[in-house]
Write a protein that binds this ligand. Structure first.
Ligand code: SF4
Length: 404
């Protein structure tokens, strides 16, 4: 796990999921179905949980949706947050339906009395509220006062709403200040983190379809997480929400903020030395390993000369030799297989690794594999020589630098 120090915050619970304090950073996503379509929405909630979501938000935009929530909440495998815009009565209805959290947008529920009424009801139900500020729906007065949706305006909007909640002693609060412009998003959260000790929900709003949406989300969310800011995250992608949940979960795992629960396939970028089509083998391996939900870091390397050594941190991997594949565990070659069996051998070994563990699988290594692998590497070097032409390029670089 990471040594980065996390911003201290209060802790709250969304259902049974702790948020803030020392609790793990959680992944959120949001359904795209009509909430009144109970079975369709529940199917999506299950899919989101399967992809890594800890908490799911569902819109509560009309009475039919609120009724749908009443059926969805007791059957959901994760806590449900109701998303509320404009009509405070729908927040009260969602609480009646048993949701584990509310999200209020201060930009479109502005009546102080209404907000306080919702806070009192949420307090009675023991349910937290997220103050969800969005740059695209800021209060007109704040926009005029600050000259646009600048970070200071987003934070001012959040603080105004929090004041209403605190005035009725409601402090079960988390906050988001989402912006579609990444630097403004980062700055908004930094400002907010300096001002309050409530947990923060991170996201780049309207990030768009992948790959741009993924890149923006990763840029904004990672920057803050690595500064210790952020307690829950959401990728707002214009895509199947399962992609959001997967991406959120993967990001936390890659940053060392959550235990690995899914495959992390690493592969060399390939170069002149590659003995196979690395892209094709990596894609086939990813598909086969993901289908079995094997939670390992697996390396696919294009050649045996550098592959096993460069990928020695991976749980297991395969490196291509001349018509062969060298299967390795923690950098140690345990078996040599035919090239067309590389992917199946990888999957087979991953299954055994899951069942038996690293020590047992290293002990079961083919005794002659390491020697055969070393011989293959020497032969490959002899056949290919300096496949990347490093020596010739170094001579050329030196001659340019020296002005020959
Ligand atoms: S040297 Fe081998 S392992 Fe490294 S990038 Fe080239 S093919 Fe891949």
């Amino acid at each position: 796990m990471t040594s980065m120090s996390r911003r201290p915050t209060r802790e709250l619970f969304v259902g049974d999921v702790p948020v803030g304090g020392d609790s793990p950073i959680s992944v959120q996503s949001m359904t795209t179905t009509k909430t009144a379509d109970v079975d369709g929405t529940l199917a999506q909630v299950y899919a989101l949980k399967g992809a890594g979501a800890d908490i799911v938000r569902i819109t509560c935009n009309d009475i039919d949706a609120a009724e749908g929530l009443a059926e969805i909440v007791p059957r959901s495998p994760v806590p449900i947050i109701a998303d509320i815009h404009f009509q405070y009565r729908l927040a009260l209805a969602a609480l009646e339906a048993g949701v584990a959290g509310l999200r209020l947008n201060p930009g479109n529920i502005r009546n102080e009395d209404h907000i306080k009424t919702v806070a009192r009801a949420a307090s009675d139900a023991g349910v937290p509220i997220r103050v969800g500020v969005n740059a695209g729906s800021l209060d007109k007065d704040l926009l005029a006062e600050h000259g646009g949706p600048v970070p200071q305006a987003l934070v001012a909007s959040a603080l105004k709403e929090i004041r209403y909640l605190e005035e009725v002693d409601f402090t079960d609060i988390k906050i988001s200040v989402k912006h579609s412009h990444v630097p403004s998003m980062v700055e908004s959260y930094r400002l907010l983190a300096d001002t309050v000790d409530y947990p923060l929900h991170l996201g780049v709003t309207e990030a768009g379809p992948p790959p741009g949406g993924l890149i923006k989300s990763v840029a904004g969310i990672s920057t803050l997480l690595l500064e210790g800011i952020g307690d829950t995250i959401r990728f707002s992608l214009t895509a199947d929400p399962v992609e959001e949940a997967k991406a959120g979960r993967a990001l936390l795992e890659y940053l060392g903020l959550r235990e690995r629960s899914s495959l992390d396939l690493i592969a060399c970028p390939s170069c002149g030395r590659a003995e196979v089509d690395v892209i094709a083998v990596a894609a086939a391996a990813q598909e086969a390993l993901e289908a079995e939900e094997l939670p390992f870091q697996v390396a696919v390397m294009g050649c045996v000369v550098n592959g096993p050594g460069e990928a020695r941190e991976a749980d297991l991997g395969i490196a291509a030799g001349k018509g062969k594949g060298h299967l390795f565990i923690k950098g140690q070659v345990v078996r040599v297989v035919a090239e067309d069996e590389m992917v199946s051998a990888l999957v087979d070994e991953a299954r055994k690794l899951r069942e038996e563990g690293v020590e047992a699988r290293l002990a079961a290594a083919d005794a002659s594999a390491a020697a055969e692998a070393a011989e293959d590497a020497v032969q490959l070097l002899e056949i290919q020589g300096d496949a990347n032409r490093a020596s010739a390029r170094k001579v050329a670089v030196r001659s340019v630098a020296e002005g020959d």
